[in-house]
Design a protein around this ligand. Structure first.
Ligand code: IPD
Ligand code: CA
Ligand code: CA
Length: 263
């Protein structure tokens, strides 16, 4: 069952990846969603339709929680729910910046059991299965082993209403960079998490993400030996406001920085 879910998630991601690869850099329709910088392109929609259609053709009784179609599949006992971000990094995609991904996760009884994050331009396929480890193109992944926050390489992101400094997100960023720690902002939370799993980053934090941004990525981090929590260290679930994902070794130190100025 788990193997089959993962196989179908991978196939769906590869199909959608082909669409995004072809569409990237062409001229396409771009519109705004809630805020003027929260964009959606025709490729977000096409990618999502392709993924859902394919998974539905194999598992007609499964439900979906997906960003663009408004599908909000109810959580039912013993029923798989697919959580899908068909294009994570839309603002990058719309501006011709080659950093974006597809995120597909399968959830069962409030547990993510399978997760795939795919970077179609680099053909990097990150796959995790509950209890089965995390892989990048079949190579086993492990988080980094750096235990020193000040020599860490970190990544974060900002919500679309960053101008309102929700939960002090600007202050958190300032507090970290003031220490001289390198911090990247890739613009795709799913990739941020996949890169923590791959040991490229030592840690990632962000607020106000949606379940589809993180569902696959958190399983990748956990299966690569990392830790995922809320900023304050409490247990994380995909509808929580804050997420902190690290190699585990810098977790409590960065948590104490992030907890300091929470609103
Ligand atoms: C966004 C990306 C970005 C994060 C934003 C998300 P989208 O997703 O994951 O890294 O900072 O908060 O909304 O809109 O490109 O799917
Ligand atoms: Ca997203
Ligand atoms: Ca998206």
């Amino acid at each position: 069952m788990l193997e089959e879910l993962t196989k179908i998630a991978v196939e769906a991601a590869l199909k959608s990846g082909e669409i995004l690869r072809k569409g990237f850099g062409t001229s396409f329709e771009i519109s705004s969603k809630e805020g003027k910088n929260n964009l959606v392109t025709e490729f977000d929609k096409l990618s999502e339709e392709t993924i859902i259609e394919y998974i539905h053709s194999v598992f007609p009784d499964h439900v979906f929680l997906a960003e663009e179609s408004g599908k909000t599949g109810e959580l039912l006992k013993n029923k798989v729910r697919w959580i899908i971000d068909p294009l994570d990094g839309t603002v990058n995609f719309a501006h011709g910046i080659p950093i974006f991904s597809i995120s597909i996760a399968a959830e069962l009884n409030r547990e993510i059991i399978s997760g795939v994050v795919y970077h179609p331009l680099l053909d990097e396929l990150f796959v995790a299965q509950k209890g089965g480890g995390a892989f990048l193109n079949d190579k086993r992944l492990n988080v980094s082993d750096n235990g020193d926050l000040d020599s860490s390489m970190l990544v974060t992101g900002f919500p679309y209403n960053v101008n309102q400094n929700p939960c002090g997100c600007i202050d958190h960023f300032v507090n970290i960079i003031k220490r001289g720690i390198p911090v990247r902002r890739l613009g795709s939370a799913a990739l941020d998490l996949a890169y923590v799993a791959a040991g490229r980053f030592d840690g990632f934090w962000e607020i106000n993400l949606n379940p589809w941004d993180v569902a696959a990525g958190i399983l990748l981090v956990q299966e690569a030996g990392g830790k995922v929590s809320q900023y304050n260290g409490e247990q994380y679930w995909i509808d929580n406001d804050s997420i902190l994902a690290t190699n585990g070794m810098i977790h409590s130190e960065i948590s104490s920085v992030l907890t300091k100025c929470l609103c």
